[in-house]
Design a protein. Structure first.
Length: 269
């Protein structure tokens, strides 16, 4: 179902772009203009990242776990991604929420004995929430720049369930959750291309949860087009990196990077 929703979003966005190219006679400005009064935007999006993580238990060794874009799509069970902004004059607030659940099932013979066939299921749930206060530091007909200050919350929950197929009561389940909250500063901007309705979005931030091994960053850029005064579409490449200390005495370090293409439709009010 999630794959169908993502495909529908991509098809809808492509249809908007084709309709705009065929019919638009006016170059709608993609640059928001600061004025007294409220303005809002809601942006559903689809992000298909590759996942690269490294876990170190404090010794000399570490373990890598990578998920390709193809594997992510084939094992995706559910997900939701949406962002929004509210502004009054130069001041505003930005929120961004994304969550996805990946699940993979299989089976194996315990100690190689077919009489003890077991089924296993592994699940990864990744969630991200950004909440930023914004202030417009630059705005004209060709550029828009907001300074950002806020928090990022990241949570990774993993679980592994195994049970004998001949006796489901013989079951073992192990799960762990690794959350982190960071303070973040950054900027969010748009740059108009040659006075047209096309623009370059550029976003970057960096933050910490305290200490050298509790850090995060995010960056994205690409291209967008204003289809009308109320709707625009963007295609970007987005990356988020993080480091999380966990375990007893903060002895386990989890490093991760999520990076991949993102398509977003923004509705302005």
């Amino acid at each position: 179902m999630t794959k169908k929703i993502l495909a529908s979003l991509l098809i809808t966005c492509a249809s908007f772009a084709l309709t705009s190219a065929a019919q638009a006679q006016e170059a709608f400005s993609p640059i928001p203009q600061v004025a007294d009064g409220w303005r809002f935007s809601v942006s559903p999006y689809g992000w298909i990242p590759q996942v690269n993580t490294t876990v170190s238990a404090g010794g000399t060794g570490s373990k890598n776990a990578d998920i390709s874009m193809n594997n992510l799509l084939s094992n995706l069970k559910s997900g939701a991604m949406i962002a929004g902004e509210a502004h009054y004059g130069k001041w505003g607030v930005l929120a961004d929420f994304a969550t996805a659940t990946l699940q993979k099932s299989g089976s194996f013979n315990f100690k190689g004995d077919p009489a003890f066939r077991a089924g296993d299921k592994s699940t990864l749930q990744a969630s991200l929430f950004n909440l930023m206060g914004t202030y417009t530091v630059f705005n004209n007909q060709d550029a828009y720049v907001d300074a950002l200050l806020g928090v990022r919350w990241i949570s990774l929950t993993t679980s592994f369930d195994v049970a004998l197929q001949s006796d489901p009561s013989m079951r073992e389940n192990v799960s762990s959750a690794t959350p982190a909250t960071y303070g973040v500063v950054g900027f969010n901007s748009r740059y108009r291309i040659l006075g047209s309705n096309w623009y370059v979005p550029l976003y970057a931030d960096i933050g910490t949860a305290g200490g050298p091994n509790h850090q995060t960053w995010q960056a994205s850029t690409g291209v967008g087009v204003a289809l009308s005064k109320m709707v625009d579409l963007s295609l970007t490449y987005r990356a988020i990196g993080f480091e999380i200390k966990s375990g007893n005495n903060d002895s386990t370090l989890l490093k991760g990077i999520f990076h991949g293409p993102q398509v977003m439709a923004t509705f302005n009010f």
